[in-house]
Every structure is written in C-alpha cells, then in structure tokens.
Design a protein around this ligand. Sequence first.
Ligand SMILES: Nc1ncnc2c1ncn2[C@@H]1O[C@H](COP(=O)(O)OP(=O)(O)OP(=O)(O)O)[C@@H](O)[C@H]1O
Ligand SMILES: [Mg+2]
Length: 252
Amino acid sequence: MASIEETKTVEIETGTNQDFGDLIIEIKDLWRKFFENTPAEVKALKGVNFKVNRGEFITIMGPSGSGKSTLLTILGCMAPSTSGEVFIDGTEITQMPQRKLSEVRRNKIGFVFQDIFLIDKISALENVLLPLLPYGIKKSDRKRAKELLKIAGLEDRMHHRPAELSGGQKQRVAICRALINDPPIVLADEPTGNLDSQTGGEVLELLRKVNKENGVTILAVSHDPKLAEFSSRDVMITDGEISRDRINPFRS
Ligand SMILES: Nc1ncnc2c1ncn2[C@@H]1O[C@H](COP(=O)(O)OP(=O)(O)OP(=O)(O)O)[C@@H](O)[C@H]1O
Ligand SMILES: [Mg+2]
C-alpha cells in the first residue's frame, strides 16, 4: 500500500530538473570538500546537479550533516565550492572575485537564517534597512521597508525593538530584511527551526505570500511538514547527493 507521503506527491522519473525555459539557478557537478586531501576529508557535496525555474518554491530536506547548509551558503555566495559550476540568474559565480560576488549577492539573493540575527539596539524598521546602510538610505527605501513590514503583518510593530517582538515576528522582520533589495531569490536555512509550530506558521505564510504574489523563487531548508504543503517541489539531500526530487501537484 502506498504511504500517505507517496499519495500526496508524485515522483518525476525524468527528474524535476526540468528546464521550462526560465532557469534562475543551475548547478552543474558541484563538489564541496572540507579538509581536502587530508585524512579528515569530508565530502559535503558530491557532484550535485540541480536546476531551478523562476518562481519555484523548493523545500530541501535531509539528515543532519547531509550538505543542505553547505549547498545554500554556496548558492548565497557566502562560501566557496571545490569544483563545479553555479549559475545564478545566468551568471556563473564559482570563479568570481569577491567584489563581484558581493554584487551578485546584493542584487539576487535574500538570505534567511535559523538564528535570526537582528540587531537588538535598533527598531524592526531599521533592521530591515540594514543591508542598505553601506549605500545610503533613501526616502524610497524607508517607504519600501515599511511596505514590506506591512505585508508581513508588522505595521504596528515597526518601531519596536527585536526584544519586544515574538519569535515569529522577529523572523518575519528578518524575511523583510532579506527582501529589502528586491531579490529574485530567497534562500532560507531552517527559517522556522527555532520557533514553535504556530509562530513558525506565520513565517511560512509570509514566505508563501512573497512566492505567490511577488514571484520570488524560494529555496528553504526545512523539516516542517507545513512547508512541504506550500512548496511546489521538494528535494531530499542524503550524504551530499540529491536522493529525491519531486513536484507537489497538491500544493496548497
Ligand atoms: N566549515 C566546515 N568545516 C568542516 N566541515 C564542515 C564545515 N561545514 C560543514 N562541514 C561538514 O560538511 C557536512 C555537511 O554539513 P552541512 O552543514 O551542510 O549539513 P546540513 O545538512 O546543513 O546539516 P544540519 O541539518 O545539521 O544543519 C557535514 O559533515 C559537516 O560536518
Ligand atoms: Mg544545516
């Protein structure tokens, strides 16, 4: 008898690595080794091939230590790879000098962490504006930050400091901060990992909203079954390799 899981989703035999003509991420034979050529060598990613079309909402699952965060940090231009190619919106990033890499990151990627990393001394609004600080904050930026906080249901909390917010509210501020540059891609590493299921639900709802309404492509590492319901595709990473990749035709 098919398990509940199997009845809810469909395995795509030819791979969900389908190219619908609008690829936003393409990964070719990506390897990441730590302590390379030493007795302690760890192969965190072992020849990953992966394609993401614009507008997808992908949940990444897998056991602890399987390479999920390693993959996300490489995609987020925050960590190097050992070999292979990574294209972000058409641009190959693995050979890029640091300065150009920061540019790709600034223009293309919003990153949401499990540990929320808000600055305690400043308001929610100022936290959202933080990534723009090096470039000077314009009036239009403040307007956009306020709009984002409104979308996140935090209109009446924007002048509060993180300590005065709930866990779910803080994580929603962090998502607004990830969206302030209007990135086409949001990478989220266990965005609800430290939250209870209700506050986690508020965070997932916000991710769903920006995916559906703004067409932001989302890759989220999560074990939350709710996220699997929201997402258009789920991918399992086991021991540095993609062991399952399937679309979710019952997406809610
Ligand atoms: N900076 C590092 N130095 C050495 N080894 C590392 C480093 N980062 C990760 N690793 C190793 O690479 C492998 C993959 O780690 P990664 O953090 O990507 O796993 P993960 O799937 O995100 O796990 P978790 O679910 O626990 O967060 C692990 O064996 C880990 O020990
Ligand atoms: Mg991890």
